[in-house]
Design a protein around this ligand. Sequence first.
Ligand SMILES: [Zn+2]
Length: 306
Amino acid sequence: MMKQEWHSSLHIAYSREVKQTAIKGETITMTTPTKPGLMGIFAHPDDESFGMAGTMKRATDAGHPVAIVCATRGEEGQIADPALATPANLGQVREQELRRACAAVGVTDVSFLDYIDGHLAEANEDEVIRKIVAHLRRMRPAVVATFDPKGAYGHVDHIAIHNLTLGAVWAAADGDRYPELGAPHRVTKVYYTAIPRERLMEMVTQARSQGQDFVPGGDEATIPVEEMGIPMAEITTILHLTDAEFDAKQNAIRAHATQMPADSPFANGSPEDLRRMMGTETLFLAPPPVSAQPFPAPEDDIFAGL
Ligand SMILES: [Zn+2]
């Protein structure tokens, strides 16, 4: 008689239903297939919440496994309120903020790659890819989301995590690479979180009309506004959040308190403004060979076709 057991407790954590039957002293473990998973791979705490907290909430509500991998702890950033953290403990505080933000949308699988905020592009490429491959082969997500090639507004860490994630998606599928990290796994759909370029331009125009000089991404921007985000016409995937999804997203964003100055439009906007700014999430589904195959677009479900 075959003896079948899971070699990893992680598999059990992800299985929806595990039954054990003792037959003649042997254990046969059976499991129903899990729903396809989503892994978000980003550079800093808060990237995931602005980009796709509502998408994560919808996924966890429907029983999809969701994980977040974050390359740094955002420890070099500005502290919005000095009562919340010091430069010395900012990384620890932001780790907890990310965990709370993820919990607000039902995500408990949160991992850090332990790189230095602002310096991801200088890290050893093979080492980073190896770490991401380990996460991809452990969780085996059908869907991965990361930044677009220009890192939304040209943030060097965002561009780096885009390139490293694509390198890891490729490497994870190649059985000759890192065989010690487990069986190869091919991610089926790769998404880029996509701020519509038109929305960014509109925000800049509006600020200028009020005499303010507003640049999306602030000091971290390295490209002109005209090149930021992704043109609306190229966006493949639009999720209009329900009230419950939108509320959960608000809670996720507020969990990043050290990144939320009191005058932030995300902290003190009117309910209508907040809904308009964040009530819809937009993603770009990368065509093959980044994704494993083409899918029809537009779509309103990241798991469509799986
Ligand atoms: Zn970021």
